[in-house]
Design a protein. Sequence first.
Length: 275
Amino acid sequence: MSESDPISDFFRRSVTVEGVEKTVYVAGSGPAVVVLPEMPGISPDVLRLARWVRDAGFTVHVPSLFGRDGAFPTAEGGREVVRRACVSAEFRAFAGGGTSPVTVWLRGLARRAHAECGGPGVGAIGLCFTGNFALTMALEPAVTAPVVNHPSLPLDDPGGLELDAADARAVRERLHRDGLTVLAYRFEGDRWCTGQRFAAYRALLGDAFDGRVLADTAANPAPPPFFAELVGTPHSVVTAHFVDEAGHPTVRARDEILGFLAGRLLPPGSSQPSR
């Protein structure tokens, strides 16, 4: 896949939360799932994941947080998007920054999506730069199915979590109080989402953290240029490094994520459409 995605099968909405307006791409029907973009934006691979979620029986919401929507991830363009995001007031990319302020807006989006779509709750899938945002979104009571994929923040601390101390305590208490589980994925040799980071999640959340690790050999060996040249390591389990072959470990991971969402958001006995 080397072309931009026109996103023509999604409805483009402007959503305002606490006076802040952002574009959100919406498609499907059923309970809401927020699919967050990964660096350097809402790429064709992120949209492919969003369509899988849509086709599994959900109303998918993809908020535009950075980059050019639908753009194929080039190295040159991606480098500039990362630079801007790292100095943006909305994000806390480095150790000591605490929780990214944009998560307040995302919790508002989840709350609104739940009111519109109904169901027992809302799912949230974070990816890379936004990986931990899905966990922080669980501070919103409507969010009941958080999925944390290869969280990369803070960029300068391989064992750190993008959470301030108060939010970390509040997230842990909420998950334990409501019996929720966080599903998480990474590749074994990922230098942006390390084993140290997963260990930190486990130390914070205990049995509520279900962290799963794939072998590096399972990663797509020819991802888009941004991932090949700048990320430089197996990283994006269900997007850029996904391998669409029956029985492949990344396909199993994709199906596990869809099953996790279905088990928490769809009525018992609901069947997911085949892909």
